[in-house]
Design a protein around this ligand. Structure first.
Ligand code: KG4
Ligand code: ZN
Length: 412
């Protein structure tokens, strides 16, 4: 069967076409699904949103409407499918219906409905986060396989994006139990906000990461403490903006412009008993830190060294929190496979630390990250999730069905 998928949940317009064949291994219940990528296109709106320092929903909507027909034409060309043959060639249209920005989601839904009406192709609604889970399978190759081997379960997904930070337990494909999530800001959102405070452009994740890496390589050889103990950690619930004193700034009071030896930020909720996260207090800690530094020298952020230090410490704090909770969940739930997906999964330090800590804890868990191109939003991951949803007969045959609506807060 062939699936055409559409993704418009945020600021990327994505369309992909996948060919799927399924093999059932004889005398077992193992199903082996072979996917072939016929076409996969993403049109990014980053340059347009950059000047607003974040995604501007009305602009995202306008751009999706403009881009969808263009992206479809490109994908059809790559897939060698003529638009007039869509009805004959495509068996289902997978469409992201949430979570995300509702005005953006609606553009994709309306486009899918138009194709449904014109070519009578059934629609399959897909949860964007489910897409991020499946994003780890295509490894920069035209074909890839997804199997439901028992020995790979239970799985755990750490989903980290601009809108979400959650740990999802999976007994099998499509069986989700959320065991933890952020109580306030998402990890990607915190990266974006801290980048903005440092005068860096949107999206902030790659920018912070670039600065942090420079700093890390400069101090190579000096052992970093993995978790800052005691007063710098907050284990009693989400940190709030009322706790700026938790920020330790060891500045040289006499000569403000001299090297600031240590900047330490909190690791919010790192020792809490649950699997929840909180990044709003960490973000506020950076805000107060910059405010205090500016009191000493209003031009302090012109100093690249200071910016690198803040970026490095912020990235350390975020990554340590994510890795610590994930490793704890792997142990408690006896996880065989870990999937990390979403924009923040592109973070090199997160990837390194996750692998290192799993090894250090002598865990045999297999770890999957998406290929670089699939860490961000794309329709390929929606096509894979759409296939599994279609198998579960989640079709909406008639586009007038009330079931098909954008849900900005949809959960797994
Ligand atoms: O999944 P995604 O593309 O869109 C949403 O569904 O939100 O995630 C975007 C987020 C942004 O907040 C961006 O700053 C963050 O992913 N991001 C990163 C990195 N690359 C992108 N965060 C940390 N390190 C990175 N290298
Ligand atoms: Zn996403």
């Amino acid at each position: 069967m062939k699936i055409l998928a559409i993704e418009t949940s945020c600021d990327d317009t994505g369309i992909a076409i996948l060919e799927v064949t399924e093999e059932k291994k004889s005398a077992s219940s193992v199903i082996k699904v072979k996917f072939k990528i016929l076409g996969n296109e993403v049109s990014s709106q980053i340059d347009i949103h950059k000047e607003y320092g974040g995604v501007f929903p009305a602009l995202a909507k306008r751009e999706h409407i403009k881009n969808l027909p263009l992206v479809l034409a490109k994908v059809l060309k790559a897939s060698k499918i003529k638009e007039e043959n869509l009805q004959k060639e495509i068996d289902a249209i997978a469409i992201t219906t949430g979570p995300g920005l509702e005005p953006a989601l609606w553009t994709g839904i309306v486009f899918a409905k138009e194709l449904n009406e014109k070519y009578k192709i059934p629609i399959v609604p897909v949860n964007h986060m489910e897409g991020h889970i499946f994003s780890v399978f295509p490894k920069d190759k035209k074909t890839f396989i997804v199997e439901n081997k028992k020995e790979n379960f239970p799985m755990l997904s750490l989903l980290v994006s601009g809108g979400h930070t959650e740990l999802v337990f999976m007994k099998d494909w499509m069986k989700y139990k959320k065991i933890g999530s952020t109580r306030d800001d998402a990890a990607g959102e915190a990266f974006d906000k801290v980048a903005r405070m440092l005068g860096l452009p949107y999206p902030g994740g790659p920018e912070i990461s670039r600065l942090a890496d420079i700093k890390r390589s400069k101090i190579a050889g000096i052992e970093r403490k993995y978790v800052v103990p005691g007063s710098l950690t907050q284990d009693d619930g989400p940190s709030t903006s009322k706790k700026p004193s938790k920020v330790l700034l060891c500045a040289d009071g006499n000569n403000i412009l001299s090297e600031i030896p240590t900047i330490l930020l909190p690791r919010p909720m790192i020792y809490s008993k649950d699997y929840d996260f909180s990044f709003s207090g960490l973000k506020t800690a950076v805000l107060y830190l910059i405010r205090d530094l500016k009191l000493q020298n209003p031009n302090i952020l012109d100093d690249e060294n200071i910016k690198q230090k803040i970026a490095r410490e912020f990235e350390d704090a975020t990554v340590e929190t994510l890795v610590h909770k994930t490793v704890k969940a792997i142990k408690e739930y006896k996880i065989k496979t870990l999937i990390v997906g979403g924009g923040v999964s592109a973070n090199k330090y997160l990837q390194e630390q996750m692998k290192e800590k799993i090894k250090e804890n002598k865990l045999k868990t297999k770890i999957h990250f998406p290929s670089k191109a699939l860490t961000g939003d794309n329709a390929l991951m929606i096509a894979i999730a759409g296939y599994f949803q279609a198998k579960n007969k989640k079709f909406v045959k008639n586009s007038k069905s009330l079931k098909l609506k954008a849900d900005g807060n949809m959960t797994l």
